[in-house]
Design a binder for this molecule. Structure first.
Ligand code: HEC
Ligand code: HEC
Ligand code: HEC
Ligand code: HEC
Ligand code: HEC
Ligand code: HEC
Ligand code: HEC
Ligand code: HEC
Ligand code: HEC
Ligand code: HEC
Length: 388
């Protein structure tokens, strides 16, 4: 008895539709009656609410959704991942340009978070990842949108939706139809970062990508996916101290070096150089890979247009070493080990630094030892003598 009362009151609450909310919705405003959506409810009071078919009137949206990851019946969950009402609401649907709309550009991420941040719900559909929304909100793009109110910053559907049909045709990223698939990342980021894409396409990575090469990086390999940070942030994957790690993920792979006939030991030969040593010890102005090779229009040193072609080294090194001569730039830049370095000047400077550092450490250790000796041995003896 108690149970059925509870059910009744719960049911009563559920069956209440706030007329004011409905009236200000887009459908209320055009004078919709309840039965235009709840077509099978003519038998008041209703035992149940018949699922609403929005697609009867919005057939384009329905067709688009049916072809998307959200509209296809999931093989193990047995239902479709998202209905129209999951994203738009039911009695409070508004035009997307209305700031109160559930899919309004600046707050759209909340509609997606309803599922994509819900671990249990996503697990039912075999998806483990629930970090997309919080990671995005912390990124340069999310902050630009939410904190700066920069409405041209990308929202979820700018990156995942198809141009034109936006949210309704989202595909899994692994599908070549997704704008975030490797095959389309460049053009999608390029909708806003066209200048960078043009430079990237001039470089060796971009040229090879256009040929279908699967080993070269796209934007997201160097900048990450949702976690894109401003390049001036220490958290950025392309912050000066982190550039070597980002490039070396590939360039220290010996299988890749062999496949493309590239020199090996890029990690050792950079980290063993003055610049590598200085960078690791925290001197961010020392040259990292990007300082010499560029970021987007990287070319092999054999290409005369490359920033590291022999003819351009004086200019490239000269950005930080004004007046540097061909004698210095002519030395080996990537020194696999100091012994291999044939540039005596560079060799000498490197050893000077090693010896200087060792000297400083020995000197400091000696001072500490002498100080301890005084405290523990000399002072007690002196006190003993004074007492006697
Ligand atoms: C734009 C279409 C639309 C109109 C018009 C509409 N509804 Fe609904 N209604 C929905 C949707 C969508 C749901 C959620 C059910 C579902 O997920 O299929 C719903 C659910 C309900 C429910 C179940 C409780 C709930 O909120 O989930 C009741 C009761 C209801 N509607 C009553 C009404 C009444 C009364 C009116 C007229 C004032 C009305 N509806 C007008 C679309 C509509
Ligand atoms: C009986 C036909 C009908 C049904 C059913 C219906 N709608 Fe609508 N919908 C309309 C009409 C008519 C408009 C107003 C079009 C206009 O003025 O631009 C509209 C407007 C909208 C808008 C705003 C469109 C815009 O361009 O700003 C959205 C979003 C929307 N409906 C979503 C839904 C959803 C979601 C459902 C199901 C819960 C639904 N509609 C059910 C007919 C319908
Ligand atoms: C700047 C473009 C961009 C924006 C904005 C963006 N994404 Fe992504 N998203 C990506 C890329 C790139 C991938 C991964 C592609 C890959 O794995 O190669 C991805 C992957 C995903 C995945 C699948 C993998 C995972 O992490 O679970 C989901 C789900 C997802 N995004 C949801 C969202 C949601 C929700 C938003 C809005 C809060 C959003 N994305 C905003 C670019 C973006
Ligand atoms: C995954 C979330 C999601 C689902 C599911 C979804 N929509 Fe949308 N819808 C949006 C977003 C976001 C917009 C805002 C414009 C954009 O980015 O495309 C939108 C825009 C619209 C519009 C405005 C005109 C347009 O096409 O841009 C209508 C009408 C609409 N949706 C109806 C529907 C209907 C009907 C369904 C179910 C068949 C549905 N939507 C399912 C997120 C969704
Ligand atoms: C009602 C729940 C729900 C809502 C709301 C929702 N999604 Fe999803 N979405 C899912 C589920 C479940 C899947 C996984 C389906 C599958 O793997 O077959 C998914 C898959 C995705 C994928 C593909 C992930 C991959 O593995 O590549 C992307 C991207 C995505 N959603 C983006 C969005 C965006 C953007 C929004 C908001 C506009 C949104 N979703 C709203 C439930 C939802
Ligand atoms: C090989 C790694 C790599 C790839 C691939 C890459 N970037 Fe970059 N990107 C960098 C580095 C390193 C910087 C930092 C440059 C600096 O410190 O001046 C950077 C800087 C940027 C900046 C800041 C502006 C600037 O030039 O300083 C933007 C925006 C950017 N990249 C977008 C992109 C886009 C879009 C793509 C895809 C077309 C892309 N990047 C591909 C490494 C890469
Ligand atoms: C809808 C437009 C849009 C799209 C699509 C977009 N971005 Fe951006 N991006 C921006 C805007 C706007 C900013 C500047 C935000 C700010 O300064 O606060 C930005 C900033 C950046 C920055 C930081 C630049 C700096 O100077 O520190 C990087 C890196 C970046 N985006 C990479 C990407 C990558 C990679 C993609 C594709 C996965 C992408 N963006 C897609 C609009 C976009
Ligand atoms: C995702 C893997 C990957 C990342 C990350 C990457 N590269 Fe590459 N890079 C390659 C591959 C593969 C080639 C070989 C292309 C070819 O020669 O066909 C290449 C080619 C090059 C070349 C030209 C080599 C030659 O002589 O052909 C240089 C220089 C280079 N990369 C520097 C960099 C720098 C600097 C970074 C970081 C800012 C970087 N790469 C990041 C995969 C990567
Ligand atoms: C001080 C400038 C400088 C720095 C820093 C630097 N390089 Fe180089 N790099 C060069 C020069 C000059 C060459 C060509 C001559 C040589 O091999 O010594 C070269 C050659 C290469 C090559 C061989 C392909 C070619 O174009 O000849 C690769 C790959 C490469 N560098 C990757 C990297 C990576 C990855 C980093 C960071 C870990 C890095 N470089 C840091 C200047 C630099
Ligand atoms: C982004 C700026 C930058 C670029 C580009 C650069 N360097 Fe340096 N370089 C530095 C800094 C900073 C130091 C000081 C490191 C230290 O304190 O040990 C340094 C140190 C050196 C040293 C050790 C002797 C000294 O002056 O301290 C040599 C030799 C050197 N660079 C040669 C080169 C050559 C050759 C190139 C071009 C292939 C080059 N550098 C490009 C910033 C740069």
């Amino acid at each position: 008895m108690a149970a059925s009362l509870a059910a009744d009151s719960a049911g009563g609450a559920r069956l209440f539709v706030d007329p004011a909310v409905f009236k200000s919705s887009v459908h209320g405003q055009v004078g919709f009656t309840c039965t235009m959506c709840h077509q099978s409810i003519s038998d008041y009071p209703h035992a149940r609410v018949i699922p609403v078919d929005c697609g009867g009137c919005h057939s384009a949206a329905k067709d688009e959704l049916e072809g998307s990851v959200h509209g296809r019946v999931h093989p193990t969950a047995g239902t479709i991942p998202a209905t129209c009402a999951d994203c738009h609401g039911s009695h409070d649907i508004r035009r997307p340009a209305d700031p109160q709309s559930a899919v309004y550009r600046l707050t759209q991420f909340q509609a997606c978070a309803g599922c994509h941040s819900d671990r249990e719900k996503m697990a039912r559909f075999g998806q483990g990842g629930v970090e997309a929304v919080p990671t995005y909100l912390e990124s340069v793009h999310g902050r630009a949108l939410i904190q700066k109110g920069l409405s041209v910053a990308p929202v979820c559907t700018d990156c995942h939706g198809q141009p034109g049909t936006g949210a309704h045709e989202i595909q899994i990223v692994a599908s070549p139809a997704s704008p975030m698939n490797r095959a389309h990342v460049i053009e999608t980021c390029g909708r806003c970062h066209q200048g960078i894409v043009t430079a990237f396409q001039r470089g060796i990575h971009g040229r090879r990508l256009a040929q279908g090469n699967a080993d070269v990086p796209t934007c997201v390999d160097c900048h990450t996916e949702h976690a894109v940070q401003p390049i001036t942030s220490p958290g950025s994957s392309v912050y000066p101290s982190r550039v070597p790690g980002t490039c070396l993920r590939c360039h220290e792979r010996e299988d890749l070096n062999a496949r493309y006939g590239l020199p090996s030991a890029r990690r050792e030969s950079y980290l063993g150089s003055f610049h590598g040593i200085a960078l690791v010890s925290g001197q961010l102005t020392a040259a990292n890979c990007e300082s010499c090779h560029g970021a987007h229009d990287i070319l092999p040193s054999s290409d005369p247009a490359s920033s590291v072609a022999p003819g351009n080294l004086v200019a490239t090194c000269g950005r930080c070493h004004p007046g540097i001569g061909a004698g210095v730039t002519g030395g080996k830049i990537h020194v696999a080990s100091v012994r291999e370095d044939i540039n005596l000047f560079a060799y000498g400077v490197q050893w000077f630094y090693y010896l200087l550092m060792a000297g400083i450490i020995l000197f400091a250790a000696g001072m500490i030892a002498l100080d301890q000796y005084r405290h523990r041995v000399v002072d007690p003896r002196r006190r003993g003598r004074d007492r006697a």
